[in-house]
Design a protein around this ligand. Structure first.
Ligand code: MG
Length: 410
């Protein structure tokens, strides 16, 4: 089997509502690039990357001279062909590599007639549990604003009723920490049987991070995720707060993982199939974590069905997956895969069992959402449509005002 073509299509898929986060917002849609890698036997492998537009499509096209004739089975060689560690200082292709790796695994699986998890050691579970992933949101068609503790609890209740979540993650870093603490404790009070996690995307100062961490020690926390920035910052919080710490920001490669093993800063490593350059590096990293008794979970950097499939195959093969995975997926209004969105049952999604990644493109949906991308374009992820002129600092001290309700047009 040999690669003969690479195609990339940027799509915009609507979210229920704009999602607020510490750096700005997802402005009511996800912009993603769908990658198709075609082999000489006619099979097409699927990949996905966050962001998009002409430059992303061109970046994938530019890999064709590197990969024409490449055998998709040669996954280690793939890494060195397009993202060896020193050449990557000049052309950071980690996220491109990840999308191509997904597609090559999909090709190999289809070629052999086996699911990707069978190429990764075989699954140890048939479904992957997910957290509810709660955001402060602006109002949008059919969906009310989520800003107050009551609105947040109501959203969590709806999601729990609809999807069966028993773990709730609050994405914070939007409002002052004291206010978000009130929100988090409201969730804890509303769901005393469930587990919780809070992620302010590393924007708290050391003092606020310590204050927040100490103030939740009595709750049923999975972990506190990136309360402050940096391995050294996390280490200081970890020394003074009795809540496990997790990160997806500062342990995203093997050098950082080694640092965290030698001088522990985070207890739980959130593995992201894109940030780490593919599913296989995440499996390798999970092996290191198993040896050193670090926890692992599956991170979400935003996903449509292809990326979600990579997260499910990853979650399926990790014996030491100790926590529910994160996904933005339930915030989407639609997907680009055949059959529509993969369903949650009892807070979990079944691991695809078809050949390769086990998901195929719905061509009509891809065309529709490629058109939506052409109409609406990208959006500045690191800006907030409700706060013109604002930008985030780390640590942040200019939080949004929780008493103000803003209507935004995105
Ligand atoms: Mg995070």
């Amino acid at each position: 089997m040999k690669i003969v073509d690479i195609r990339a299509t940027t799509v915009a898929v609507p979210l229920e509502a704009p999602l607020r986060h510490s750096n700005g917002a997802h402005w009511g849609r996800f912009v993603r690039t769908i990658v198709e890698v075609e082999a000489d036997n006619g099979l097409v492998g699927l990949g996905e990357m966050g962001g998009g537009g002409e430059s992303a499509e061109a970046a994938f096209k530019a890999l064709l001279p590197y990969l024409t004739g490449h055998d998709p089975f040669q996954l280690e060689a793939l890494r060195f062909k397009i993202a060896n560690p020193t050449a990557s200082l000049y052309n950071n292709r980690t996220q491109l590599l990840a999308a191509i790796e997904f597609a090559c695994l999909d090709l190999v699986g289809q070629h052999l007639g086996v699911p990707v998890h069978d190429l990764l050691g075989g699954r140890v579970r048939d479904e992957v549990a997910f957290a509810s992933y709660l955001f402060f949101r602006y109002a949008a068609e059919g969906h009310k604003e989520i800003r107050t503790p009551d609105q947040l609890v109501e959203q969590a209740r709806e999601l729990k009723r609809e999807h069966g979540f028993t773990v709730h993650k609050l994405k914070g870093g939007v409002f002052p920490p004291g206010y978000e603490l009130e929100c988090y404790r409201a969730l804890a009070a509303a769901f005393p049987e469930d587990r919780l996690r809070y992620d302010p995307n590393a924007v708290l100062s050391m003092a606020e991070g310590l204050r927040f961490g100490r103030a939740i020690e009595d709750l049923n926390n999975d972990y506190l995720e990136d309360p402050v920035f940096g391995l050294e910052g996390l280490r200081q919080v970890r020394e003074q707060v009795r809540v496990p710490l997790a990160t997806n920001t500062v342990v995203v490669n093997f050098e950082q993982l080694a640092s965290n093993v030698m001088r522990r800063s985070a207890d739980v490593i959130l593995l992201d199939t894109t940030f780490w350059g593919g599913i296989r590096p995440c499996v390798k990293a999970a092996g290191v974590c198993e040896t050193f008794q670090l926890g692992v979970a599956v991170h979400s950097s935003g996903e449509l069905g292809i990326q979600l499939a990579t997260m499910l195959h990853l979650g399926a093969v990790l014996p030491n997956l100790g926590y529910a995975a994160d996904a933005h997926y339930h915030q989407l209004r639609d997907d680009v895969i055949e059959g529509g969105k993969l369903p949650y049952v009892n807070g979990a999604i079944a691991v695809p069992s078809g050949p390769g990644l086990g998901v195929r493109l719905d061509r009509d949906k891809v065309a529709r959402y490629a058109e939506l991308y052409r109409e609406t374009g990208g959006y500045p992820y690191d800006r907030d449509p409700g706060r013109p002129g604002w930008y985030a600092q780390v640590p942040n001290e200019r939080f949004a005002d929780p008493d103000i309700s803003v209507e935004v047009r995105t």
